[in-house]
Write a protein that binds this ligand. Structure first.
Ligand SMILES: [Zn+2]
Length: 104
């Protein structure tokens, strides 16, 4: 197995604000990040990340921590803000049902 999820407050490019996210780890690396407010799932392209970020950054931001520290959350948040769309391999999975019932 080795899969698990961690809650994190991260910036969502779709909501354009900080929202609660589920960070899904597969093995010891981030597999995807899902915004619980709009349902957008960002799936991490590991090859792109390995090619474009330093080992140090990858280790610091993407490797599963025993617990998500404030520092790691800030690092991941900064990454989400600069996230190039090429990294998003499965970009939008908006739960239309939820949005249809939201009138604001
Ligand atoms: Zn969102």
């Amino acid at each position: 197995m080795g899969n698990n999820q961690i809650d994190a407050t991260l910036f969502c490019v779709n909501c354009d604000e900080e929202t609660n996210h589920k960070v899904d780890y597969r093995g010891d690396r981030i597999h995807s990040v899902t915004c619980t407010q709009c349902g957008m799932t960002v799936q991490m392209d590991q090859d792109y990340i390995d090619d474009n970020f330093t080992q140090d950054f990858v280790k610091r931001v993407f490797t599963k921590p025993s617990r998500l520290t404030k520092e790691m959350q800030a690092d991941l948040n900064a990454f989400m803000r600069i996230l190039p769309y090429r990294v998003i391999t499965k970009p939008y999975r908006v739960y239309r049902e939820i949005n249809e019932h939201k009138n604001d």
